[in-house]
Design a binder for this molecule. Structure first.
Ligand SMILES: [Ca+2]
Ligand SMILES: [Ca+2]
Ligand SMILES: [Ca+2]
Ligand SMILES: [Ca+2]
Length: 635
């Protein structure tokens, strides 16, 4: 379902803003109020339905898969999972087996990695075919490592059963597969025709559970799996059950340690010198160069998630790279990342989805008491009507592939993506307004910095209001003829970059940005002391004559320092800002270094100008990150 098509082109943002008539149009308010206001006639029925879908089904009560109460008579045989989440199946797991949820009960994983490394990436392979290869796609267990991905169940030994005893297992084969560990050590798939023998029941049986896909929409499936064991002996029959919850995916937040930075290999235009510069700054962090990529916006074509379940040797983790459908195949080579412990799958299965679904428009706040699983941050063009439609030019005027700006009809992540996030527990995304930006991703506006304050983090934000003030001060001090961008062939002076027309453009950018920063503060509880402001200033990207009466979306004039990489808790890698050179000092870089130093961070600048900035992106847009994986169920 694509929301845009439901209402004949009505956008999420337009629905959000018009249907609630909020003066400070905030979809957080919208989603929250929509969930409560199901009787309101001001909401479209589609939006009521979506809001209900996004927020329903998370209580441990009221599951459609709730099994019947356990019979009072003891069953002939008993099936047990790791209900207490200690990594072992023991008698301590006998209680509360009948109900699993995010909060409690046995857990199983979607087994979408490739432990036998049999899924070979070939250029030109259709996306659906690429996505179809994974460990859960065949009916065997793909080696010893793959066996560790199976959640264990035990049918407890029932020594008193007679030779005539048999049992069968029933479960939802549309969402999971169960294997039985045979005496010969081979895992055999359990089907409707599988019969457990009296000997097996008397000795006890080990089972392994794998999920066939990630959770995508809780209204279709909430990730719960009930396994029913029916045992018959001497003409009497009993039923026993255990329920499991499929593990949700978690987005990385910046409190998790950086392990690997993903970039394009050195064959891509201008990437080699960039990669060399970046590698120098990374210390012990691996720089992994991916061959075969056709687009450098490696942040945008994917979002890196991870998931976990308890294992005998502690948490058992799996990385899950979710490809985002940006209606292009230029990043299909991301499927090369699939292998042991790393799955790759698709979020949006329909082609033609919008750029706001990009991975750069999906970031995560660290866990807090209010949001123990962390919180997604996404951007929505909440005021598209304020801004003239961009003509979709490729940025930079050279051969680089520019960002896809989306169209006026595509101002928000797709309904599929929102439902996907909600299925992982991200029902309450923090939504920022990206109306003023040509690319329009949240990673242009905010970067999370772990900190030793009450919240555990601070925020680096792009602030064009500060940019306006700094540039005005410089001009007042007699620097109006200085170049705004201190880079060869960039001739625009401070005076030219701040003329009347640009001031009018920036009035909108400043208003939207101020509102975003206020939203971030209100939603996180952070105060001004926790906000680090970078002086943003923007340019329009118009190759044709512009209409002086209109407002246009804009992109960073100087490299945007917010769009960097948090390397560790004391180091932030920022794109080299090339700000105005005032007596030998880049005043933008100098401002950032001082503010960041107060927050405990050293800033290392990386020149990304030719490789990324010219294409309207920076360090963050042009990379992706693997970080350490914190088990979701421990928070
Ligand atoms: Ca246990
Ligand atoms: Ca398999
Ligand atoms: Ca596996
Ligand atoms: Ca992201």
């Amino acid at each position: 379902m694509n929301l845009h098509r439901l209402r004949g082109g009505t956008t999420l943002a337009a629905l959000v803003c018009s249907s609630l008539a909020l003066t400070a149009c905030n979809p957080v308010d919208y989603i929250n109020s929509a969930a409560a206001a199901t009787g309101s006639s001001t909401l479209s029925s589609e939006w009521k339905a979506l809001a209900e879908r996004l927020t329903s089904g998370f209580s441990s009560e009221g599951s459609s898969t709730t099994p019947a109460p356990a019979p009072t008579a003891p069953p002939l045989a008993t099936i047990v999972g790791d209900t207490d989440r200690d990594g072992r199946v023991t008698d301590a797991d006998l209680d509360n087996r009948d109900r699993a949820s995010f909060e409690a009960g046995a857990i199983f994983l979607a087994n979408l990695d490739d432990d036998a490394s049999r899924c070979v990436y070939k250029a030109g392979t259709p996306r659906a075919e690429l996505a179809a290869c994974n460990d859960a796609a065949d009916e065997i267990v793909n080696g010893e490592e793959d066996a560790l991905d199976l959640a264990r169940l035990q049918v407890k030994a029932a020594a008193e059963l007679t030779d005539s005893a048999t049992a069968s297992l029933d479960y939802d084969t549309g969402h999971a597969r169960i294997f039985l560990l045979q005496d010969d050590g081979i895992w055999a798939p359990v089907t409707a025709s599988t019969t457990l023998t009296a000997e097996q029941l008397r000795n006890g049986v080990t089972l392994g559970v794998e999920g066939l896909d990630v959770m995508r929409d809780r209204t279709a499936w909430d990730g719960r799996l009930t396994v029913t064991l029916t045992t018959t002996d001497n003409g009497s029959s009993t039923v026993d059950r255990v329920q499991l919850q499929q593990a949700p995916l978690r987005g990385h937040d910046h409190t998790e340690d950086l392990q690997t930075v993903l970039t394009l290999d050195d064959s891509f235009k201008d990437s080699a010198p960039f990669n060399a510069r970046l590698e120098e700054t990374l210390g012990d962090v691996e720089l992994r160069r991916l061959p075969g990529m056709e687009v450098q916006w490696i942040q945008d074509g994917s979002e890196v998630f991870h998931t976990s379940m308890p294992g005998e040797n502690g948490p058992h983790n799996m990385r899950m790279v979710m490809r985002v459908d940006q209606a292009e195949d230029g990043q299909n080579a991301m499927y090369q990342l699939r292998g042991p412990g790393i799955g790759v799958a698709e979020i949006n299965v329909k082609p033609g989805t919008s750029d706001p679904s990009a991975g750069g428009n999906l970031e995560f706040l660290p866990h807090t008491p209010a949001h123990p699983g962390g919180r997604a941050i996404i951007g929505v063009r909440q005021n598209p009507d304020l801004i003239a439609e961009d003509h979709g030019h490729t940025h930079g005027g050279d051969a680089h592939a520019g960002h896809d700006h989306g169209t006026a009809e595509e101002n928000s992540p797709t309904a599929e993506q929102l439902a996907f996030l909600a299925a992982q527990g991200y029902t309450d995304p923090l939504i920022l307004d990206t109306s003023h930006l040509t690319v329009g991703h949240v990673d242009e506006m905010v970067h999370v910095l772990p900190a030793d304050n009450a919240a555990g983090f601070k925020l680096l934000v792009a602030d064009p209001g500060l940019g306006k003030k700094m540039l005005a001060d410089l001009i007042a001090d007699g620097h109006g003829d200085t170049q705004l961008v201190n880079y060869p062939n960039s001739t625009t002076t401070l005076t030219e970059a701040t003329d009347e027309m640009m001031q009018r453009q920036h009035a909108v950018a400043i208003e939207v940005s101020d509102r975003n920063i206020a939203t971030l503060k209100a939603e996180t509880g952070l105060g001004e002391q926790d906000i680090i402001r970078y002086p943003a200033w923007y340019r329009m990207d118009l190759h044709d004559a512009y209409d002086a009466t209109k407002i246009y979306p804009m992109a960073s004039f100087n490299p945007n320092a917010v769009n960097g990489i948090l390397r560790d808790r004391s180091t932030y890698l920022a794109p080299k800002t090339f700000g105005p050179d005032i007596n030998g000092t880049d005043v933008f870089a100098d401002h950032l270094k001082k503010e960041m130093a107060e927050a405990g961070y050293e800033v290392i600048f990386v020149d990304d100008y030719d490789y990324l900035h010219r294409g309207t992106g920076e360090l963050h847009c042009g990379t992706n990150q693997f970080r350490s994986m914190t088990p979701w169920y421990t928070r």
